[in-house]
Design a protein. Sequence first.
Length: 204
Amino acid sequence: MPKIVDHDKRRSEIVEAYLTVVARDGLPAATSRAVAAELHVGTGALWHYFDGFDAVAAGAYQRISDLTTERIVAATASLRGLDAFLAMLREILPLEKRTVDEAYVVVGFWGRLAANKRIGETQTDVVEEWRAMLRRHLEEAIEDRTMVPDTPVDEVINVVLTIAVAQQVHAVTDSELAEPSHQLKMVEFCLLPWRCVPGAGIEG
């Protein structure tokens, strides 16, 4: 009887191997040969489950997005308003090794996406999900009177998400702007004009 293979499980294992290689050896080392070696299989075995290495990178991007969302949900479970808003951003910004490693995967995927738009067709639009969560927390902050009533909610969210994207690029290019305190100050500066109560910043 032929062996039954769980394709979803195998795809997940390949993606996890890719992420392991990136975290340990860096993005340039995450080749198809290195991923196959991590799994102790031949390189050709990868292509039973993915159409090419772009698809592996896309799967890794999706996994990073899902992990980030899981962290956000856990970090904000007992929070609301501005505290929850800032906690969300601490999970998205590349502030520590784990999120810097993730930034390499994300920026690497963007590079592949620029050359091959088709690999983005199956991706969940996680940014829209995050945008809705940030909007809810910012509206709570207005209700809680930690942000002023006329806070331009959507515009503030657009700016902080743009900061997050830029910081991922800074992180992989070793820019001094990627230093965590600089990242956090940028967010605080963005919020400052509409804050009612100073203090309780993103570092807290």
